[in-house]
Design a protein around this ligand. Structure first.
Ligand code: 5RP
Length: 293
């Protein structure tokens, strides 16, 4: 029984202070349910509004990619520096300690290998398994203009519907085939379509010209993929320019895990994303950490 001795009568109801009611910090996400916002807050840092996602899901269509041959050796040292890990359930279960406190964005589409038509994907994870793995979002490839455009869009809307039932956001990844143009006009189309059809945030590529028009007319947050390996300073410049032009973070793979010093590189990327550090100063940080080993 509760202790009823000495119950105090004086209470302060603060009748003169209206209850706090703060808008959610992420663009276009105010109307989402609590669980959805809570999961997005595990991906995007509420202080900076940004995220450093470490992408190492490449094996789901191309096998043991350079730099990902051994996840335990190549990737585990980077985990403490990533806000979010983007990976497949196979790698999550086999290599990532459940005690790791990172948010998880689960690769939820798949099917074809690099030997086949890549746009021929389907949803490849059940919502039950996503829940079981306690993921913060599910990621799906969307091939706008690709051979299986409609199928990939429907994969996305299916995940949005399933995830909405349980408060799990969907990340739409705008895929570019070899034959597709990579320009702002294309990415405005692809990102806006994904957002209109329900994706909670979108991953796309940075383009030199007019990237700010891609972020400005997309109603939900955009993160950029790193793309092919660049010299470290160029990769940091790309991340910096994307952030300055409205991106809410990076989902970077090869430019981190294929770097000469991946642990130094991810920390330099963090400085650019979360602290608005210039690429040159972030490169100094990269060199300092690299040379301190
Ligand atoms: C694969 C992906 C990758 O996660 C993505 O391309 C990020 O990796 P990188 O920075 O190496 O491009 O979505 O389809």
């Amino acid at each position: 029984m509760a202790d009823l001795d000495d119950v105090q009568e004086t209470r302060n109801y603060y009748t003169d202070i209206p209850q706090r009611s703060e808008p959610f910090f992420l663009k276009g996400s105010n109307a989402l349910d609590w669980g959805m916002q809570n999961r997005l807050s595990r991906i995007f840092n509420p202080k900076s509004g940004k995220t450093v996602m470490l992408a190492f899901d490449h094996g789901y269509f191309q096998g043991p990619t350079t730099g990902l041959e051994r996840i335990d050796i190549n990737i585990l040292p980077l985990v403490p520096y990533a806000d979010t890990l983007m990976l497949t359930r196979g790698i999550l279960r086999s290599n990532i300690p459940p005690s790791a406190n990172n948010s998880i964005v689960l690769r939820a589409s798949g099917g074809p290998s690099i030997l086949k038509e890549l746009s021929n994907e389907e949803v490849a994870v059940s919502i039950e398994d996503s829940i079981r793995l306690n993921v913060s979002a599910m990621a799906v490839q969307v091939f706008i203009g690709g051979e299986n455009e409609k199928q990939s869009v429907i994969n996305m809307t299916k995940l949005v519907d399933q995830g909405t039932r349980y408060g799990i956001p969907t990340l739409a990844v705008t895929a570019v085939g070899k034959e597709m143009t990579r320009d702002a006009k294309y990415f405005r189309l692809a990102t806006r379509m994904c957002a209109e059809l329900g994706a909670h945030y979108i991953k796309t590529y940075y383009v030199e010209k007019d990237f700010d028009t891609v972020t400005s007319c997309c109603p939900v947050p955009i993160v950029i993929a790193g793309g092919k390996k660049l010299p470290e300073l160029d990769a940091l410049k790309m991340a910096y320019n994307a952030i300055q032009q409205g991106a809410a973070g990076v989902d970077m793979g090869r430019n981190i895990f294929q770097s000469e010093a991946p642990v130094a590189m991810i920390q330099a990327v963090r400085a650019v994303v979360h602290e608005n550090e210039t690429p040159e100063k972030a490169l100094d940080l990269y060199n300092t950490i690299k040379n301190s080993k």
